[in-house]
Design a protein around this ligand. Structure first.
Ligand code: ADP
Length: 514
């Protein structure tokens, strides 16, 4: 070959190598890239056949492709054992000759290795003996290395794509709305349930600023971390959701997104409302028969003389009716004061808390006496008359005095106090009873919460009293709490701010002479 022809050939090879490199760089998939690599390699090497074998696929070009195809499996195994194969004249190479059939006379095959793993084999074959030049070897080695990296990348990309598709499929079939935003408040993901809940009709909102997609201000505040997630959210279709929001960590710089999941609690809310309505209706209907049962039972001694045994029985019936009435009143009060379904509106009127406290001491004096409990009042003189719900406040304070006597062993003492402290009216009931541990104090004011304690087992109650106390205090913009030490005693407090709606008009706000 003349020098010029060799130079031309060298340039042609370089050109084809560049073409292959560009093709790999710009390609979007193996299907599109590998046939070009195979064909360009065949041209560059002037081979009669070039074949690229992968684990599950193969690409070939040239007249010898069919003959090469027959050797796919045997050649792959040979290469993985021995590495590159170079036979300039197969007739002189008995060891590898058996791998091939047909008119193959010369062959060079190199493994495609990426990250130490053999991805496939690239082979060039000739119909005549063919001495391989260093250029041929370099060319095949470079193409094989580039193809191996491209195949490895494609596999990795495929894995990511598959897991992304899996995630998308999971989120698409999740009934709970899910919204994910990135650190720049752009939507990364919004599943079909979220589209439905938010009434979004646009096909694809990913990449859009969250503020332009979601109109619900409370949800935007949650996503932006401007609000805490204790609230519930109702959409225009009347569904109620409990939102949960959390950070999404990302390796990208500043890439800290947020994910918002809305749990549909519409069914639970409806059930809760139905249950409350049922309990309240039943309790209400039980209340009237109890009233006249109590009337007739207390009138029994007036209709005729009763012997001692009969009197005792009547007493027991009256006590039982009083207990049932108290229970039903508590159920009704708790239902009315329910923060979600309660319909109770405070019935404010001028309320004399000093008188209320004294009344309650007198009402409970008999019960206290039975246990030899010293029940007293400690009321600051000159407490103002306030604009409060007298009936509800009386029930709340009554629950506290009732509990204090119930949970104080014989011979103890209970003090009902009322005073002004830091501009608030503070009512308290102190006892020398069983006390409550710090742990039990935490959730004491929740509905149906009762302390599990051996000494309490025989004391009747359903755990609604303190919920009512707290609700009544909060409805008056105040609060209720306890300070207690086990086996020493407890003091329950109700704080009522002496301001705003709790105050009577200036002229009515007189000082009460005690
Ligand atoms: P109930 O008395 O009907 O169980 P409450 O809501 O009034 O319901 O009280 C909740 C629980 O708090 C009671 O079961 C009791 O364990 C505890 N408790 C309430 N008052 C006192 C008190 N004065 N001393 C000790 N424990 C108390």
């Amino acid at each position: 070959m003349s020098e010029l022809t060799i130079r031309d050939q060298h340039e042609e090879t370089q050109k084809l190598l560049l073409e292959i490199t560009q093709r790999i760089a710009s390609s979007t998939g193996l299907e599109d890239m590998l046939p070009v690599i195979v064909e360009s390699s065949r041209r560059a090497l002037r081979a009669d056949g070039v074949r690229l074998i992968l684990k599950a696929d193969a690409y070939g070009s040239g007249a010898l492709n069919d003959d090469l195809a027959k050797a796919d499996r045997a050649l792959s195994e040979w290469i993985s054992k021995h590495g590159t194969l170079e036979a300039a004249d197969l007739a002189a190479n008995a060891e590898v000759k058996t791998l091939f059939s047909g008119s193959l006379k010369a062959v060079m095959a190199v493994p495609l290795i990426a990250q130490g793993v053999q991805q496939g084999v690239l082979t060039a074959a000739y119909q005549a003996a063919h001495p391989f030049s260093p250029d041929d070897r370099t060319f095949l080695a470079i193409v094989a290395a580039q193809a191996a990296v491209a195949i490895q990348n494609d596999l990795a990309f495929d894995t990511v794509r598959q897991s992304q598709q899996q995630l998308a499929a999971i989120l698409a079939s999740t009934a709970d709305p899910v919204i994910v935003i990135d650190a720049h408040e752009s939507i990364l993901l919004l599943n079909p349930a979220a589209e439905q809940a938010l009434g979004i009709v646009a096909a694809n909102v990913s990449g859009h600023p969250v503020g332009s997609v979601i109109q619900a201000e409370p949800l935007l505040q949650l996503l932006r971390g401007e609000a805490v997630e204790t609230m519930e959210w109702q959409n225009e279709a009347g569904q109620t959701f409990a939102p949960r929001v959390s950070d999404v960590q990302s390796d990208e710089p500043g890439g800290r997104g947020r994910v918002l999941i809305l749990r549909d609690i519409t069914r639970y809310k409806t059930l809760h409302a139905n249950q409350n309505e049922f309990v309240s209706n039943v309790s209400h209907d039980l209340r009237s028969p109890l009233t006249y049962m109590q009337g007739y039972a207390t009138m029994l001694p007036m209709v005729g003389d009763l012997n001692q045994k009969q009197k005792d029985h009547v007493d027991k019936i009256v006590t039982g009716i009083a207990q049932m009435t108290d229970l039903i009143d508590k159920i009704l009060d708790a239902g009315r004061l329910d923060p979600e379904t309660g319909y109770y509106e405070l019935n404010r009127e001028p309320c004399d808390v000093s008188k209320m406290a004294l009344d309650l001491v007198s009402v409970h004096s008999q019960a206290a006496e039975k246990k030899n409990i010293n029940l007293t009042a400690d009321i600051d003189p000159g407490l103002p008359i306030l604009n409060l719900d007298d009936v509800m406040l009386r029930r709340a304070l009554n629950n506290l005095v009732d509990n204090a006597i119930k949970y104080t062993p014989d011979n103890g003492s209970v003090t009902v106090a009322a005073k002004v402290q830091n501009g608030d009216l503070v009512l308290s009931v102190r006892d020398t009873g069983l006390g409550i541990s710090d742990e039990n104090q935490k959730r004491l004011f929740e509905r149906f919460r009762r302390v599990r304690r051996r000494e309490h087992q025989r004391i009747k109650g359903i755990g609604l009293g303190l919920f009512i106390v707290k609700s009544v205090a909060q409805r008056h913009n105040g609060d209720a709490w306890v300070e207690s030490k086990e086996n020493v005693g407890s003091t329950f407090f109700i704080r009522l701010p002496m301001e705003g709606v709790n105050l009577l008009g200036a002229e009515a706000n007189r000082i009460n002479p005690v």
